[in-house]
Ligand binder design. Structure first.
Ligand SMILES: NC(=O)C1=CN([C@@H]2O[C@H](COP(=O)(O)OP(=O)(O)OC[C@H]3O[C@@H](n4cnc5c(N)ncnc54)[C@H](O)[C@@H]3O)[C@@H](O)[C@H]2O)C=CC1
Ligand SMILES: O=C(O)[C@@H]1CCC=N1
Length: 279
């Protein structure tokens, strides 16, 4: 059970913090079961330990003996160096979760050279408030118990979908990166509203609640997004005018391209940073 597990985050950046926050504030995990490790940034370690009461430690001083779950949360380009250093301190009982975009379980398994259970976990930063949608896919040495644990941890920070590793790139394009598209949309809605005379704060509230309501409608109604859209759109009304401008300016295409380009980048991160390890 998750609440009896000790977790170490290797990497203490935005994604690690979002997961820590969700685990503590939403899933009520005990902070003393969580450790975050980073490379050099002591200020960041102090920030996280005072904010969440978790333990923090520099990579050089790492000890994983009493840890159960190791969550890799460094950048993909740091994967090889970190794994090479980790492999001498990892122990047989460890379950490894990786949030690294693009990087495959096969690559991690090969560098570690031992049959560690490696599970890819693709959350998003809404983990911070327990509202992630997290994709998980298992590496070849993963047993049911390991997958159950990854699922439990992912549920603690939001919703979870078990997917194949092949689907991980597109999942990343939609869900991992997705919050940024919606923030971008909100930024632009806000700018337009301000130009038309609303205070920024008021505009932000209005736009954010509108997005939240629409999102809840999709989740709670039987209608598809297209059907819901039609119900908003009166003939020759304001929505039709808004949608026409969106179409004329490539709005729909732009969104599809955003998802596809992010998925492509996930694939290319693999090509860029996975060098075949020397066995
Ligand atoms: N930010 C996001 O929305 C999401 C990020 N991810 C993945 O999470 C991972 C981390 O991303 P962010 O948190 O955004 O990056 P970040 O740059 O905020 O954090 C990276 C962390 O790794 C640490 N680090 C670097 N080298 C290290 C080493 N040798 N030993 C220990 N720690 C080291 C850094 O000090 C930093 O704390 C990436 O692989 C990314 O693909 C996945 C889903 C969403
Ligand atoms: O931008 C990135 O590469 C990471 C992965 C998904 C969200 N952020």
């Amino acid at each position: 059970m998750l609440k009896y597990k000790n977790i170490a985050f290797i990497g203490a950046g935005s994604m690690a913090e979002a997961m820590v926050s969700g685990l503590i504030n939403k899933a009520e995990m005990s902070p003393d079961r969580i450790t975050a490790v980073n490379h050099t940034n002591e200020e960041r370690r102090i920030e996280l330990s005072s904010k969440y009461k978790i333990q923090t430690v520099a990579f050089e001083e790492i000890s994983l003996r009493n840890k159960d779950v190791i969550i890799l949360a460094v950048k993909p380009k740091q994967a090889e160096a970190v794994l090479q250093r980790l492999k001498s301190v990892l122990q047989d009982h460890h379950v490894i979760l990786s949030v690294l975009a693009g990087i495959s379980t096969r690559y991690i398994e090969e560098i570690l050279e031992k049959p560690f259970p490696v599970i890819r976990v693709m959350p998003n930063t809404s983990s911070m408030i327990g509202e992630s949608i997290t994709g998980i896919s298992a590496g070849k040495y993963v047993e049911n118990d390991d997958l159950d644990l990854a699922q439990e941890l992912s549920k603690a920070i939001g919703k979870v979908k078990i997917i194949s590793e092949k689907q991980m790139d597109v999942f990343t394009g939609i869900a991992g990166s997705g919050p940024a598209y919606f923030y971008y949309l909100l930024e632009h809605m806000e700018d337009a509203a301000v130009e038309y005379g609303l205070d920024r704060e008021l505009a932000r509230d209005i736009a954010a609640q509108t997005l939240y309501g629409a999102s809840k409608m999709v989740m709670e109604s039987d209608d598809s997004p297209a059907e819901l859209r039609k119900k908003v759109t009166s003939p020759n009304g304001t929505t039709a005018a808004g949608l026409q401008a969106l179409k004329e300016n490539g709005g729909g295409d732009a969104i599809e391209k955003a998802v596809k380009n992010a998925a492509r980048r996930s694939r290319s991160l693999r090509k860029e940073f996975e060098k075949v390890p020397a066995l």
